[in-house]
Ligand binder design. Structure first.
Ligand code: ATP
Length: 347
């Protein structure tokens, strides 16, 4: 078993800055856990603590039933894939993958069999004699993954491994990583600031902010029921529309169901353009300010009436008064048009 458990984990850096403020996370054996959050929220710090590259100043990290706080990185049975790949430039692909195994004194026949198997899985067989500079970014990334795979660790740790790739390759590699992890069934912890990458990769999503966990759970469950306004505005692009329910029209549409201080969150795709108000739903008059057509869907950026411009103050929030509506297709109202939108599924 290689479950990873973080119990009240804390990190105070020399100088007194508290980067991690008591984090509890449980990753079951074989699960893919993604740590996501804005820059500086502490996700790399947390991952580096699991790897043993940072000391733990409070709490416990448990890998496979063993507290590893005092255990050297090399003895934790983990393998880490870095953003910059960290390949040896003067070594061939084969030797890059073999290096760590030879260092551990593994017999050359076993080294060969593991490297060849990893190369086969990663489609690198024809490139084993090349040097890293003779590879594309995506191929280098696969070599870095190969180096982790040959170790056959209990846990893979990924630190933003796709952030140096262009958009198209990122998506392709994201799918590859997920397929590979399903096949190998190795417990994985993956750090990213990209919420889409997080949503698509995770069995368990951990949303972090300011050194703390805001919410842990299944990605779609978090998308459907964000626990805080931070999570609501961080997960989902474009972000969820957050509105104070004190705005009179919204409140009346909710038939008094909203509390005075409540915040109503509506995803852009939950709006439709209509003059009807669905039962228990919410309707808003908007002036169309901007339109973005991206092919299969169109985003309408509308402004609300003056009296409805009270919006919750959270990071990543919509500018006051702005509502984003996502509609399928390319048909859209004209800029400056006054439209009425209704949410069919208010949350
Ligand atoms: P990013 O996505 O930008 O890499 P992150 O969420 O991974 O961000 P961390 O690198 O974990 O964030 O950093 C968390 C906080 O700890 C930041 O405020 C950072 O400035 C601080 N920090 C990181 N390393 C140190 C250090 N060695 N000494 C002091 N503070 C540090």
């Amino acid at each position: 078993m290689a479950n990873v458990t973080l119990r009240n984990v804390r990190k105070t850096y020399t100088g007194g800055f508290e980067a991690i403020k008591g984090v509890n996370v449980d990753v079951a054996d074989g699960q893919f856990c993604v740590l996501v959050g804005p820059s500086g929220c502490g996700k790399s710090t947390l991952l580096r603590m699991v790897a043993g590259l940072e000391t733990v100043t409070g709490g416990e990290i448990d890998i496979g039933g063993r507290v590893v706080n005092q255990i050297e990185p090399a003895d934790r049975d983990i393998a880490m894939v870095f953003q910059n790949y960290a390949l040896y430039p003067h070594m061939s692909v084969y030797n890059n993958m073999a290096y760590g195994l030879r260092n551990r004194g593994m017999a050359e026949t076993e080294v060969k069999s593991r490297v060849e198997e990893a190369a086969r899985v990663l489609e690198l067989t024809s490139m084993l004699e090349r040097k890293p500079r003779q590879l594309s970014g995506g191929q280098r990334q696969r070599v870095a993954m190969g180096r982790a795979i040959v170790r056959q660790p209990k846990v893979f740790l990924f630190d933003e491994p796709l952030s140096n790739l262009d958009a198209k390759l990122r998506i392709a590699m994201r799918v590859e990583i997920r397929k590979l992890q399903r096949r190998l069934n190795t417990t994985s912890i993956y750090v990213t600031h990209d919420q889409l990458e997080a949503m698509t990769l995770a069995d368990v999503l951990v949303v972090m902010n300011g050194g703390q966990v805001e919410q842990v759970g299944n990605p779609l469950a978090i998308y459907e029921k964000p626990a805080t306004t931070f999570v609501a505005s961080f997960i989902g692009a474009p972000p969820m529309n957050l509105m104070s329910t004190r705005a009179d029209e919204i409140k009346s549409q909710l038939n008094g169901a909203a509390t005075e201080a409540g915040i109503l969150g509506i995803r852009p795709e939950d709006f439709v353009i209509t003059d009807q108000t669905p039962a228990g739903g919410v309707a808003l008059p908007l002036t169309v300010e901007a339109i973005e057509r991206v092919g299969a869907e169109t985003f309408i950026y509308g402004s609300r009436e003056q009296e409805e411009q009270r919006v919750a103050a959270t990071p990543g929030e919509l500018p006051p008064g702005e509502v984003i509506v996502r509609i399928p297709g390319t048909e859209a109202p004209a800029i400056g048009a006054r439209i009425r939108v209704a949410a069919i599924r208010p949350k």
